[in-house]
Design a protein around this ligand. Structure first.
Ligand code: NAP
Length: 251
């Protein structure tokens, strides 16, 4: 990897995004750590820098067009282009009132404001950030976009009444948001295929982070590995696909 390869990871101040930023920096990329809170972003950047990474924090709230445009302007002024965009920022919507409120996404009783906020962050936010960064990505010789999805986005897996996913907690906001992200991934891949921009969705697995009160069984580094693989695909790599560490995930 040469020093001019630049990557932006949204929601990189903690969790899987932070681990992805660490790994991309370890490959020699210059990594922009997107964080909606400037202080949390600077702290995360300082931690990766202390380990030798070439990183910078950039304030970016995926629901705030002003910060998105400011981030794009800053990347343009500083680097002139962007090679990798990892759309990682996401919320489950649950636990906003109480971390113990595990049954707040039952379809028949789900709170509509929660659904709206999850879709705004996990779906609309991805469109807003991607479209703001696309002019910079088009200046890269090998642009890659990674959308961080979830096995929960798989209608094949979740619609199997005998499969393990049917037994999971109801998820009327989060799961549909990630399924919409799958559809978006394919739409972007179709539009951008002719331009050599590879767009794929990643399923990190069940990773111990704040989003699940650290109940996952994978480390953030393990979860981030598939994001990094999709961020560093060769020119003959797939586009419009959905992958976990184990390989393709059914839609
Ligand atoms: P996490 O530790 O809660 O991290 C989420 C990150 O997204 C944080 O940096 C958070 O920032 C940021 N974020 C939330 N809303 C944002 C906004 N409006 N603008 C910018 N950043 C925002 O969760 P995680 O588990 O690492 O999740 C990362 C991604 O992986 C998400 O898309 C999630 O859906 C996906 N995923 C996770 C798992 C899992 O098992 N953990 C499984 C499948 C998929 P703050 O610190 O400011 O809140």
């Amino acid at each position: 990897m040469n020093e001019h390869i630049t990557a932006l990871v949204t929601g990189a101040n903690k969790g899987i995004g932070h681990a992805a930023a660490e790994q991309l920096a370890a490959l020699g990329m210059t990594v922009l750590i997107g964080a909606r809170d400037p202080r949390r972003g600077e702290e995360a950047a300082a931690a990766v820098r202390a380990a030798g990474g070439d990183v910078d924090a950039v304030t970016l709230d995926v629901t705030d067009p002003v910060t998105i445009q400011a981030a794009a302007t800053r990347i343009e002024e500083r680097f002139g282009h962007l090679d990798v965009l990892v759309n990682n920022a996401g919320i489950t919507g649950s636990g906003q009132v109480s971390p113990q409120d595990a049954y707040d996404q039952v379809p028949s009783t789900v709170d509509l404001d929660m659904v709206r906020s999850v879709l705004e962050t996990n779906v609309v936010g991805v469109i807003a950030v991607t479209n703001a960064m696309l002019p910079l990505l088009r200046r890269s010789p090998a642009p890659r976009i990674v959308n961080v999805s979830s096995h929960a986005a798989s209608l094949t897996l979740t619609s199997d009444p005998d499969g393990p996913f049917a037994a999971l907690l109801p998820s009327a906001a989060y799961t549909p948001s990630k399924a919409a992200l799958s559809a978006l991934t394919v739409q972007y891949a179709n539009e951008l295929r002719k331009d050599g921009i590879l767009v794929n969705a990643a399923a990190p697995g069940f990773v111990a982070t704040d989003s699940n009160n650290h109940s996952g069984f994978l480390t953030p580094a393990q979860g981030a590995a598939v994001l990094v693989r999709l961020a560093t695909l060769g020119a003959d790599g797939p586009t419009g696909g959905f992958f976990s560490a184990e390989g393709p995930v059914p839609w």
